[in-house]
Write a protein that binds this ligand. Structure first.
Ligand SMILES: OCc1cccc(Br)n1
Length: 464
């Protein structure tokens, strides 16, 4: 099935849709359909989530990389009818180049691996958190962008690489407090499908497109999947046999069906993950295919189990893709496997299950330094710098101090622990006036000083 015709010619000015204006000439305040703003209160959640991605990648020895959001469209030209390539955010740029906002990171990574050539020592363990794009028809009101944690291992042909990636995902789950009662990872292998399809005389050319179709089994009616497979020339009988084998949830049963040799890798993988202590999160499930055409071996998909959270959409997914480089013209392939982990579903699940620490929602400033008047502003800047250099998040009150009460209400707004007033008499005596805005944990400041709301003179040097 060829991809639908993409927009091939830039539109003349006259045919371009004018950007929508709000009433009375005001610009439209909402972000472009399907995209998100991150004001600070939202950005704190995203930053917290990404800090967990970075922490796991670092702990597992992965190195961070990045590549442009904008790529040549040819990187994604695949004739397997995948949703991800049919929904490309593509256009013709001003030099008539066919470009696209990247729908996924793996093709960019493959380009980087090829560009590095022999200078790149294998194995390579790289990670990135790229923003990825798709052009969804807005009628479905779905997002057109998301951030996707990518972890990939290149140069390792055996399932030790998949075990490492699965362990990293489970490490993340443990880091955010998700138990194996709340989330899990289903694992299978396209080699199982390959064996079954060969046994059904399905040609190797039809393997990737057939995988893309059977991956839709959880969304489409069985009849529709059979119908789509028939377009590939696969008989109803073969399709039904393929679909029935995909219902198998037990490796031994599968081995009976297709032979021990075809499940050997999966058995090895389940042995290895026991070593990492994460087996409780993992289970075999022959229905896991994943929808990307380039997968060639083990595939996996994480999902939420508990009722009170997002049920349908995958948390993350990935697998082995050993033959991607030759599809980009390389003379030989390099084995690879990896996963993509989106930012949207996981945050919904973590919110549903109340796993996000309260402090993530809080903007933290410990001290507010207030100059009594503008003559004392240089002194206030000196004091705030001393606090900051000591690692204390601190602000200096920037507006002119007209009413002291305004500075206290600002202190409450930024949830500061202390207001440090630079006042003329105290400053001449080498002191500042400190007012605690809220009770401090025991031991911070002498007991009598730790009374909320009362101001005390404190030596500048005693502030730290
Ligand atoms: O997971 C598929 C996908 C790709 C790009 C952007 C978004 Br939102 N979703």
């Amino acid at each position: 099935t060829d991809a639908p015709p993409q927009n091939t010619k830039a539109k003349p000015e006259s045919q371009k849709k004018p950007s929508k204006k709000g009433r009375g000439g005001m610009i439209v305040l909402e972000p472009v359909a399907g995209t998100r703003d991150f004001i600070p209160s939202d950005m704190r959640y995203r930053a917290w989530l990404f800090s967990k991605f970075h922490a796991v990648a670092k702990k597992y020895g992965f190195e961070e990389y990045d590549a442009p959001i904008l790529e040549s469209e040819e990187l994604y030209k695949r004739k397997a009818g995948e949703e991800i390539t049919q929904q490309m955010y593509n256009f013709t740029d001003k030099s008539e180049q066919q470009v696209a906002l990247r729908p996924e990171m793996t093709p960019s990574l493959a380009r980087l691996i090829l560009s590095q050539g022999k200078s790149l020592l294998m194995p390579v363990k790289w990670y990135s958190i790229p923003q990825c794009w798709r052009y969804e028809t807005t009628t479905r009101g779905r997002k057109r962008e998301h951030y996707q944690w990518n972890m990939d291992i290149w140069g390792v042909p055996n399932v030790s690489a998949e075990a490492e990636l699965l362990a990293a995902i489970c490490e993340f789950f443990k880091l955010v407090g998700l138990t194996s009662q709340e989330v899990g990872i289903k694992i299978s292998s396209r080699k199982v499908l390959e064996t079954v399809m060969k046994g059904l005389n399905i040609s190797s050319e039809q393997f990737a497109p057939a995988c893309v179709i059977v991956d839709k089994l959880d969304k489409l009616q069985k009849e529709d999947v059979v119908q789509q497979l028939s377009i590939l020339g696969i008989s109803e009988e073969s399709s039904l046999e393929l679909i029935s084998i995909m219902q198998i949830k037990d490796i031994d049963e599968l081995s009976q069906k297709i032979g021990e040799e075809s499940v050997a890798e999966l058995r090895q993988l389940f042995d290895l993950v026991k070593g990492y202590g994460v087996a409780e999160y993992l289970r075999f499930d022959a229905s896991i295919v994943r929808g990307l055409s380039y997968y060639t071996g083990v595939v996996f998909e994480a999902f939420s189990i508990s009722r009170n959270s997002e049920l349908s959409r995958a948390i993350c997914g990935g697998g082995r893709y050993d033959r991607i480089l030759t599809t980009y013209g390389a003379k030989q392939d390099t084995p690879a496997c990896g996963f993509g982990f989106g930012d949207v579903v996981i945050l919904e699940i973590l919110r549903d299950l109340n796993k996000i620490p309260k402090e993530v929602s809080r903007h933290v400033v410990n001290d507010l330094v207030v100059p009594f008047n503008e003559d004392l502003r240089p002194q206030a800047c000196k004091v705030v710098t001393m606090l900051r250099d000591a690692g204390i998040p601190a602000e200096v009150y920037l507006p002119k101090t007209k009413k002291i009460a305004n500075t206290f209400s600002y202190a409450e707004r930024i949830d500061a622990d202390r207001v440090i007033m630079i006042a003329p008499d105290e400053w001449n005596a080498g002191e500042v006036k400190v007012k605690y805005m809220k009770l401090q944990p025991k031991g911070v400041g002498e007991e009598e000083k730790n009374t909320v709301g009362v101001q005390f003179a404190v030596k500048v040097d005693d502030l730290l």
